[in-house]
Write a protein that binds this ligand. Structure first.
Ligand SMILES: Cc1ncc(COP(=O)(O)O)c(C=O)c1O
Length: 392
């Protein structure tokens, strides 16, 4: 069996979650909006799932919108206020960071190009952190009659840096700005309390916490100005149209329930393995750095950068040794581009193609970490030699 160290990309469906979902594929297949009896059990299950998610996130059931995943939740969160501002002829300013997932970054660019949104990008330091003072500076001199939205993630998916979203929210609210947070990498790794965080919107993706793929959650706090960009029938109280994915919704609630119930054990397991992995790699591989915040980071995410290494080649060699990892940045085979994230962190050209992300999960073992520590130094050495041959 290959060693799977790409849990930040996706996790396997927990068999307990699958069991909870199964009856809603077969026996209870009805449309939740149906007037007849077939709709009753799906409708009940969906509203139970909504209540469960709301309880676990500390918000109200009506504030939970089920979506098709993290990308959709992020899209709805950015587009909703932007389109409403546009209809009301009010200038829209979007304040975000350079390390956000493409679901935020590309949507932001499209809103700039199509609706004339003004983008303000807050700088990060070498560890990917955002200084609250820089956020404050980005919030000054906003148009008086405008709408401003701050979108900053809770946990970075490539380098594992964790952001003090509650602090950012307090600052943003001082300036009258709304706040969305992409919390896709958080469940099972960080406690999630929407009320304490204060954010107006929050995105989750079920397949990142051992739930089903193609499912997610957008928390939309009551009173937040929002226009649906997925229109149709009355699903999700007109905020997100489309026949309910009942098994996916039931699976999302079941997976989140497990992530919260097993939180302490999971975090302890991951942190111990990650510490050993990080120390082992830094000790054994020359010209290598840990990326992201060394102290406040995702418990299961170890991300590195190697000098004079091309990450796709590294990933292919690791795959040949039965280790499934990722670079954290998607660069195409044959056309390796410098990673925008590593560039934003201030790495020079000899480093920016050499990212590696090893993301651990529930089933990761000590023996697997040992194998990685045995294999990785030799693989990096081989890939470096190839780099020099290619450069000659
Ligand atoms: C931080 C972050 N946001 C958004 C997404 C997109 O989620 P989904 O795959 O459910 O569309 C991902 C997935 O990689 C992610 O890591």
């Amino acid at each position: 069996m290959p060693i799977y160290l790409d849990h930040s990309a996706t996790t396997p469906l927990d068999p307990r979650v699958l069991n909870a979902m199964l009856p809603y594929f077969t026996e209870h297949f009805g449309n939740s909006l149906a007037v007849h009896s077939y709709g009753r059990e799906p409708e009940r299950a969906i509203e139970d799932a909504r209540a469960t998610v709301a309880r676990l996130l500390n918000c109200r059931p009506h504030e939970v919108i089920f979506t098709s995943g993290g990308s959709e939740s992020d899209n709805l969160a950015l587009r909703g206020p932007a389109q409403l501002a546009r209809i009301k002829n009010r200038p829209f300013t979007l304040i975000t960071g350079p390390l956000e997932h493409k679901a935020i970054a590309q949507t932001a660019r499209q809103l700039r190009d199509t609706l004339g949104a003004v983008l303000r990008i807050v700088n990060v330091d070498h560890f990917g952190r955002i200084d609250p003072g820089d956020l404050r500076a980005a919030l000054t001199n906003l148009p008086a009659d405008g709408v401003a939205l701050v979108s900053l993630m809770l946990v970075n998916n490539e380098i594992g840096t964790v952001y003090p979203v509650a602090e950012y929210t307090a600052i943003a609210h001082e300036y009258g700005a709304l706040v969305h947070t992409d919390a896709v990498q958080a469940p099972g790794h960080f406690p999630l309390d929407v009320a304490a965080m204060g954010a107006d919107m929050l995105a989750l993706s079920s397949h990142k916490f051992y739930g089903p793929k193609g499912m997610g959650v957008l928390v939309l706090r009551e009173g937040v100005p929002f226009l649906s960009s997925l229109t149709g029938a009355k699903h999700e109280d007109y905020r997100r149209a489309g026949t309910h994915n009942t098994p996916g919704i039931v699976g999302t609630a079941a997976a989140l329930e497990l992530a919260c119930a097993e939180f302490d054990t999971h975090v302890a397991h991951l942190s111990a393995l990650r510490e050993r992995l990080v120390q082992g790699v830094l000790d054994r591989v020359p010209d290598c750095e840990l990326t992201g915040d060394p102290a406040v980071r995702h418990p299961g995410l170890a991300s590195f950068v190697f000098k004079n290494v091309e990450s796709n080649t590294l990933l292919m060699h690791l795959d040949q040794h039965g280790i499934a990892a990722s670079s954290g940045s998607a660069c195409k085979v044959g056309n390796p581009q410098p990673s925008a994230i590593l560039t934003a962190l201030g790495y020079g050209p000899e480093w920016t193609r050499g990212g590696l992300r090893l993301s651990l999960g529930r089933a990761t073992t000590d023996a697997e970490i040992d194998t990685v520590l045995d294999v990785l130094p030799g693989v990096v050495e081989t890939v470096r030699q190839l780099h020099w041959i290619a450069a000659d």
